[in-house]
Design a protein around this ligand. Sequence first.
Ligand code: GCU
Length: 329
Amino acid sequence: MAAILACAVVAILIASMPKQKEVEPKFVFSYAENQPENYPTTLGARRFAELVEERTNGEIRIIVNAEGVMGTEAEVIAQLTYGGIDFARVSLSQLSEYIPKMNVLQMPYLYRDSAHMWSVLDGEIGDDFIELAQDYELVGLSWYDAGARSFYNSVKPITCPEDMKGMRIRVQESEVMADMVEALGASAWKITYGEVYASLERGTVDGAENNWPSYVSMMHDEVAKYWTTDEHTRVPEMQLCSAHTWEKLTEEQRQIILECAKESALYERELWTEREAASREEAVAKGVQVVELSMEEKQRFQDTMMGVYEKYCGEYMDIIDQIIAVGKS
Ligand code: GCU
């Protein structure tokens, strides 16, 4: 009896103790991401949100909405510019439709390899393009990795540019990507990311192009089994904040956000490297047929791109030259 009484007293005491005060966030912001939950860019976004909450002592909470639930990338960019969405990570292909000069950084066969692209993005050129976003109601925060993109299809192995002739290839909603595919003699079909699997499955298109992790995580490998490693583009991704959201923040909060974005990007890049190799292995184990192009054949793909460079980079050939020079240094 005495023991029961003692327990009751303790329970009453605990219940009457002052509760530890929960910090109410001053801001709750939205973050749009169109990849699945366990994808490197989504994990990078979650790391970003955690770091920001921790370093602002709970003042800023960022809710990451993955799997494209906030809309297509084009819609998300529009929302960022109005302040309807606070943060996002988007592919540069989509961003270039809104900021045409960004095309310079995603031209076909521009980078020698991943190290070349990172020397450019982590250097002055990359910083200039991050700043450029400011002229468009956007604040560039950091660069995320999205590897190299190659062609895949459901019809036949592509071993030379001639094999592309007449193929219907899905591209992002991007003019330069459409022109690139048409320069190879294929027809370009602009389809949003979430619709690609169904379009391949129904045969609306014969093929598409993307990086290994997207190919596998969106299950395109199940409906388009012929992959050709031509690595035509390296399309980096930018983490962005809406300028309307940015205006609400103090200088100290802005600095924290920038620093957390950069840290999350380094984390994402590490995850990316592991994921790229693992996705490729997984696809091959599932029976995907991979064509590796010889240097000569790859050069022939590249040779068809002259017109695309003239159309999109005519005014910016000096920057293209600088990017090429970084690759040689
Ligand atoms: C990549 C990129 C996405 C983009 C997609 C696409 O997966 O990370 O942001 O939407 O390519 O091809 O549309």
